[in-house]
Design a protein around this ligand. Sequence first.
Ligand SMILES: [Zn+2]
Length: 112
Amino acid sequence: MNNMFAVAMLYINGKPTHSGLECICQAKGAKKRIIARVSDVVMVKVISHLNGAIHAIVSEPELGVLFTQCNKCAGKVVTIGGNVKCIDCGYIEERKLSTKFGNSDFIKLGSK
Ligand SMILES: [Zn+2]
């Protein structure tokens, strides 16, 4: 249960939504790992509706963090072996990165 987290759904199937829906994401087999932090953009796969909540997973390669910032100084980060490193202060932190990290259509959408 500790690995459950809520994700605000801003895009569904790549299309912006303003529904304000949140889904609950369960990170199986990823104990003690940092999956994502608040304000990260994360791609998840919705697997079920249960008890009025939307459940999703991040365990597939293309799923995970698409965009994030340094947790210390909000600087830009680059990926290093499954972690992210801040190019401003050098702070390294773990993430469940998507294979589409940094080059997804979402980034283009977000930077307009
Ligand atoms: Zn930093």
